[in-house]
Structure formats: C-alpha cells, structure tokens
Design a protein around this ligand. Structure first.
Ligand SMILES: [Zn+2]
Length: 61
C-alpha cells in the first residue's frame, strides 16, 4: 500500500531493501538504513514482508 512512498530512515538517508537469509526469516525482506553496511547509520530497520508461511518457505528452498 505504501510502497510508492520515499522511505527515509532516522538519519535522513534513503533506506535499502535487503533479503534476510537466516533463521526463520529466510526470504523475508527487510528495510535497513543504507549506511548500515558501512558501519554507520542509525540502526533503523523494519520488516517489509509479513511473516512468511511455511508453505512459502518451502517454495523458496
Ligand atoms: Zn539511517
């Protein structure tokens, strides 16, 4: 619904969408501050996808 919004994290940089590949969250997309990977950033993060069903996980694997 809100995917067309420009999303800005708390330190006012653009956020990135990454895909989580560990634990029970495999394949789930996550918004993070784009500076996180450089060791800076504000630590802002939020799930883009709601929790995936077991069925969806099975398809990905
Ligand atoms: Zn930030």
């Amino acid at each position: 619904m809100e995917d067309d919004m420009v999303r800005i994290c708390r330190c006012r940089f653009e956020i990135e969408t990454i895909v989580c590949w560990f634990d029970e969250n495999v394949g789930r997309r996550l918004y993070v501050c784009c500076r996180e990977k450089y060791g800076g950033g504000c630590g802002w993060k939020a799930w883009k996808d709601s929790k995936m069903s077991k069925q969806a996980k099975h398809v990905i694997c």
